[in-house]
Design a protein around this ligand. Structure first.
Ligand code: BGC
Ligand code: NOJ
Length: 814
């Protein structure tokens, strides 16, 4: 069953009933101020760091689910009845409920007893605030006397502390109310220089800032006493739980519409200008007041919305495709690209499955996210690369994560995930291919943020490369360390203590367990580094990279091939993992997908064999599972992977992040039908019809779909923040549609389904618009290209020499 529909023209997903299987969310903000918003207005906001600068509260895994949000209540002052136009929290039966999730905004509305109301939420570009535009229309035949109430619950900044340290934080809450604006200033009196504010365009009837005064004792958000009474109490919070609530009275004639703007924002003052007058304890509001005044103005709020709209139009205009498959089109043109922005911004920190307190920005994750993001805002990709590289350790190893506010490596998690360093090479290579900006390689970047340790970024790539060569195991394959891409294959952990972290505990010195996956990754990264070195004129170094890649390929051929597929790893006893000799976990997706993606075995039949085996043993109708057979019990020598019940997460779940490796592998084998078929199996839009099974949003990828060993086979979890976004975008656009950026130009090499008569695309690349039209005339993947009517040799389209900014590329597939 479906819970809504795609409105492709408006680039929106429209949810038509509020009780979706799970809250279906959107992200507000794409620069520094962010929010999560569900289809019933649940969610929270934060500035840069979801843990350390949380503006509003949200209670994860709560019952009923998804409570805490940006709520508006309407009250009919004649009858005393009240409701929430966004359904939650009052949950009345509404007419014409709809939630439109769009590019950076969400509009939720409904009608109740002839009163139509909708709220559009968005974050203006370059601002640290969110706007709620409430529109109320009276469709009754008589005048309506209404009250509108807005509410949010403030978080006392550090979301972890806020949810746990009650002995302190129930005493610290402080607010100021001035001219109807509610300022939340907990801890401003001491070491913080920032505060939040909640403002309303109308001169209100009253306000509340103490939660209990608003809700009443033992009441929830579904039944606030103050809304029931139709009057706020003008409470001023001292300790306990500061909230923000405004009350606006509306008398609407039949047919009349009124618009109200609410603003929630974050503001910082210089340390020596915190108070006004100086020496007092009152917030200096000089610089924030003009901002508040600006956006409370309905027209200027609209103008900010239009600007946001144009921004997204231009970002999504960089690649637009028209294929015979609607699911491909809307994911490539709209939602997959949009999700790539979210993963770039959030890494894996804040979603409905990531609490915003647990994880900073992952080194591996953020580098991979660049694959799907770099074409949109290259300058931000550049900055991110330099930030990531600055956390790299002198050994070439990497902190697994860093905190976005401090940009420092995260000591709690530490390092030792031996795949990490190579993703930096691949992130930088993606940046170079997209932008041609080679200057980035000369940027001085410190190691471990240590002043004085700066070396050109290129040197960081060298260290990434040698990190693996310095850590080879008994079969000359890379030692795995704590884990490789599969965080849950913990071969040196041997954890038998309940609750111990698989991610941070290592009790073996790790000189035996090896990863064939890292071997494949190394080969891939080595070839990219060789290409980069070559273009820097470092020919010897380039040859050295190629030679080491060849050695690694040899080690894989000797010790990493199981006869029908690539092995996955060797454990701490030197026994193979992912081999037909194994009782469980005989074959894994990662080493097979990645080795073939890296080009290994393409010339001797191993690649095709491996992909056939993946198709036979791992592919299901809902996607490709991580391994088979699933681990039926806990294995001390394998770690977290076997801690999951069969079919979930890394234990034979359909990990959507790695499915595109197989799509690319199939494309490299020239098997377009297979590649696109795998693409479609996990494409959320193509799964829209099975919403009750899939359960997550049909417009974004989920990290995981339960595998065939799970009782809930086909059910998705962990939507939004996953490497799936970038990898699928990369696989479909660059390998299946074959519009591939390279160091030297745009390569056109589609490997599309046989049944497609062709497709068209528009790609803006290094300032030039390429209008591409591909026509199928034969069953194969051979392509003949003409550029502006003139045939060219090969499939590499170079930038026009005469400075033209738009060219036509026509390709004929035979
Ligand atoms: C999850 C992995 C994740 C890891 C690190 C594990 O519990 O299964 O998917 O990468 O935690 O946070
Ligand atoms: C999720 C993590 O964010 C990612 O880094 C990891 O590769 C996968 N899980 C697989 O374990």
């Amino acid at each position: 069953m479906k819970y809504g529909y795609f409105d492709d023209d408006r680039r929106e997903y429209v949810i038509t009933r509020p009780d979706t299987p799970l809250p279906w969310i959107n992200y507000l903000g794409c620069q520094a101020y962010f929010g999560i918003i569900s289809n019933t207005a649940g969610g929270y906001s934060f500035y840069r760091d979801a843990r350390l600068r949380r503006l509003t509260r949200y209670r994860y895994n709560n019952v009923p689910m998804d409570l805490g949000g940006r709520y508006v209540y309407l009250r009919d002052d004649d009858s005393g009845e009240y409701w929430s136009p966004s359904w939650q929290p009052a949950r009345r039966e509404l007419k014409d409920y709809s939630c439109r999730h769009g590019m950076g905004y969400t509009t939720i509305g409904s009608t109740y007893n002839g009163i139509e109301a909708e709220t559009r939420y968005f974050v203006p570009l370059d601002e640290t605030l969110e706007i709620w535009q409430l529109t109320v229309t009276n469709h009754r035949e008589v005048a309506a006397t209404l009250s509108a109430f807005s509410t949010i619950e403030f978080c006392l900044w550090d979301a972890q502390d806020d949810a746990t340290n009650f002995q302190r934080n129930l005493n610290t809450g402080q607010v100021e109310v001035e001219d109807g604006v509610i300022y939340h200033k907990t801890e401003y009196r001491e070491r913080r220089n920032h505060f939040a504010y909640f403002a309303c365009s109308e001169k209100g009837e009253g306000f509340d800032t103490q939660r209990e005064a608003f809700l009443g004792r033992y009441r929830g958000w579904d039944q606030p006493a103050a809304v029931e009474a139709g009057q706020l109490t003008n409470s001023v919070a001292h300790g306990w739980s500061p909230i923000g609530a405004h009350h606006v009275k509306l008398v609407l004639a039949p047919g009349e519409t009124r618009r109200i703007v609410f603003l929630l924002g974050y503001h910082e003052n210089p340390d020596d200008e915190k108070f006004d007058p100086p020496g007092s304890q009152t917030i200096n509001k000089k610089t924030v007041k003009p901002v508040i005044a600006k956006y409370l103005d309905a027209d200027r709020a609209d103008a900010a919305f239009d600007r946001l709209h144009r921004y997204w139009e231009s970002l999504l205009g960089i690649l637009e495709v028209k294929t015979p498959d609607i699911h491909t089109n809307r994911m490539v043109n709209i939602w997959n690209a949009y999700q790539c922005m979210a993963t770039f911004n959030m890494s894996r920190s804040a979603s409905l499955f990531e609490s915003g307190i647990g994880r900073g920005l992952g080194f591996r994750d953020s580098n991979q996210d660049l694959l799907g993001f770099v074409h949109m805002v290259p300058a931000r990709a550049r900055e991110r690369i330099l930030d990531l590289a600055a956390t790299q350790l002198p050994t070439g190893g990497a902190y697994h994560q860093y905190q976005p506010l401090t940009k420092r490596g995260n000591n709690d998690i530490g390092s030792g995930f031996n795949d990490d360093p190579h993703w930096l090479i691949l992130g930088v290579s993606a940046y170079l291919k997209e932008t041609g900006d080679w200057s980035i390689l000369d940027e001085p970047v410190p190691f471990d943020n240590e002043p004085g340790s700066e070396a050109p970024l290129y040197e960081h790539l060298r260290r990434s490369f040698s990190y693996t060569l310095d850590r080879l195991g008994p079969h000359r394959l890379p030692l795995i360390g704590r884990a490789d891409w599969n965080d849950c294959l913990n071969l040196n952990c041997f954890s038998s203590t309940p609750g111990q972290s698989f991610q941070t505990t290592t009790n073996k010195d790790g000189k035996v367990a090896e990863s064939v996956f890292i071997a494949g990754l190394f080969v891939h990264a080595a070839h990219e580094l060789a290409a980069i070195a070559c273009r820097r004129g470092l020919h010897q170094e380039s040859e050295h990279c190629v030679a080491e890649a060849a050695k690694m390929e040899q080690a894989i051929a000797q010790h990493g091939w199981d006869g029908e597929w690539f092995l996955r790893a060797y454990d701490d006893f030197g026994a193979p993992i992912g081999s037909k000799q194994c009782e469980e976990g005989k074959i894994f997706i990662e080493s097979n997908g990645y080795c073939v993606l890296a080009g290994i075995g393409l010339d001797d039949g191993r690649a095709a064999k491996a992909m056939d085996a993946v198709g036979k043993y791992l592919a299901t109708k809902h996607g490709i599972v991580v391994q088979q057979p699933a681990f039926s019990r806990y294995y001390l020598n394998l770690g977290e992977i076997s801690s999951y019940p069969p079919g979930y997460k890394e234990n034979a779940g359909i990990f959507c992040h790695v499915n595109p490796w197989v799509m690319i592998a199939e494309a490299r084998l020239g098997r377009g039908d297979k590649a696109h078929d795998y693409y479609t199996r996990i494409n959320p839009s193509a799964r829209e019809e099975i919403g009750d099974l899939h359960r997550c949003e049909p417009y974004v990828y989920a990290q995981m779909i339960a595998g065939k060993d799970a009782p809930t086979f086909g059910e998705a979890k962990n939507s939004w923040l996953t490497g799936t976004a970038a990898w699928n975008y990369y696989a479909i656009s660059q390998w299946i549609l074959g519009i591939r950026v390279t160091y030297d130009g745009l390569e056109i090499a589609p490997v599309i389904p046989q049944s497609w008569p062709g497709f068209t695309a528009r790609r803006v690349f290094r300032g030039v618009v390429y209008n591409i039209a591909i026509e199928r005339k034969g069953a194969g993947n051979r392509i003949a290209l003409t550029v502006d009517g003139a045939p060219i040799e090969g499939n590499l389209v170079l930038a026009p020499r005469d400075g033209r900014r738009e060219v036509s590329v026509a390709g004929v597939l035979t």
